[in-house]
Design a protein around this ligand. Structure first.
Ligand SMILES: Cc1cc2nc3c(=O)[nH]c(=O)nc-3n(C[C@H](O)[C@H](O)[C@H](O)COP(=O)(O)O)c2cc1C
Length: 363
């Protein structure tokens, strides 16, 4: 067996870090990556049609950026269907986050349609595989700040500036997230954030000890812009503030440096630098309420973006079945199933993630 000394490891790590550091600026295909991001994130033109609304929908947050959706178009109607070939069976065995992601996409579509002068009414079709049916009708255009924020919203997985958010901005975040059938709890006190950190570390430690979880995550990582551009999906390193690398080196580095301890340390720094944490819980654990949670979260994230506030998920306490009940008890809602845990605060933007072309997500 090859033995890698600590010195070799550190040397290798530093060279790769240096490579990654220069990489983001000059890496082959980084320009193409940026151009594609810019192309995908244009606001709607005056003659935009249903396919353009679908593009806006796909810019929504979604678990592991698998984009687990397809869109069926008809006259004045868009249906969003689950794409179970893109489910993440290990981290999301009952497709609960898959349906939350569909809710996020629906909210983007509805807000973009309003800007385009189309009122949207969404209903859940209670078929064996529930789908969201959105009927559109002519209305006065509503050019909201949430609409302007659609292409700018991102999951920002970096250390934040440690500063609190003003009461006025907190009130706007709460108002954006508010919805029937969804509870959103906000935690800003240091003790509460530390208590949630303990749940995150418990959940993360369990996940990191599970080879199936690590493999599933690895399958959705994209280390180079070329690979990210080829697939149009997944978690591109630069979007998480990590070095850009050739894919074969990225895979090696992931195996060497993605450890329980390093991940737990990262979450400690990230949570302690955040202004607060929001926890979203649907009234019932079913697709209807998971979609409602997605819509509520997406509005929260868009409002935050409009206010210059970033957010990122810390879902380990709700993903790990052995941690979730204790977390629900701590929240004071022992019978609920909490759905999302999201930190927020201020920080510079990271590079934006890519989406697959609209042609690939049409049913
Ligand atoms: C239901 C759901 C679950 C998510 N879970 C996590 C998570 O556990 N960790 C994380 O870093 N991001 C998580 N995210 C964020 C996604 O990874 C992110 O939305 C996706 O990669 C697209 O990137 P963007 O949000 O920057 O557009 C989640 C998002 C959704 C909607």
């Amino acid at each position: 067996m090859a033995v890698i000394s600590r010195r070799t490891t550190i040397g290798f790590g530093l060279s790769v870090a240096a490579l990654g550091a220069i990489g983001f600026g000059v890496w082959p295909r980084m320009d193409s990556y940026r151009e594609e991001v810019e192309r995908q994130r244009q606001l709607l033109s005056s003659d935009a049609g249903l396919r353009d609304l679908v593009r806006m929908a796909t810019l929504a947050a979604n678990g592991h950026n698998t984009q687990p959706w397809t869109f069926s178009l008809a006259d004045q109607r868009v249906t969003i269907l689950p794409d179970f070939s893109r489910r993440t069976a290990v981290v999301d065995p009952d497709d609960h986050h898959l349906y939350v992601s569909l809710g996020c996409a629906a909210e983007n579509l509805i807000i973009a349609a309003a800007a385009q002068g189309q009122a949207a009414e969404a209903v859940l079709e209670p078929t064996a595989e529930p789908q969201i049916d959105i009927a559109l009708s002519a209305a006065e255009p509503v050019q909201s700040e949430l609409y302007q924020a659609i292409p700018l919203r991102q999951s920002t997985r970096s250390v934040y500036d440690g500063q609190p958010i003003s009461g006025a901005d907190m009130a706007l975040l709460e108002a954006a997230a508010r919805d029937d059938g969804v509870s959103v709890l906000f935690f800003t006190a240091a003790e509460a954030r530390d208590a949630i950190l303990d749940f995150v570390i418990q959940g993360n430690s369990t996940q990191m000890d599970d080879p199936a979880f690590v493999q599933e995550l690895r399958d959705w990582l994209r280390f180079s812009p070329a690979r990210a551009l080829t697939t149009g999906d997944g978690l591109f390193s630069a979007c998480s503030g990590n070095p850009v690398l050739p894919d074969w080196i990225g895979g090696q580095m992931f195996r060497l440096f993605f450890t329980k301890e390093s991940e737990n340390d990262k979450y400690r720094d990230q949570i302690r630098s955040s202004a607060g944490i929001a926890v979203f819980a649907g009234d019932r654990p079913d697709p209807e309420h998971w979609i409602k949670v997605g819509r509520s979260f997406q509005r929260f994230a868009l409002r935050a973006t409009a206010l210059g506030i970033r957010n990122a998920h810390l879902n380990q306490p709700v993903e790990v079945a052995t941690v979730r009940p204790e977390f629900a008890r701590w929240l004071g809602m022992p019978d609920a199933r909490p759905d999302l845990v999201v930190r927020f605060g201020r920080a510079p933007a990271l590079p934006m993630s890519l989406r697959r072309p609209v042609s690939e997500v049409l049913a």
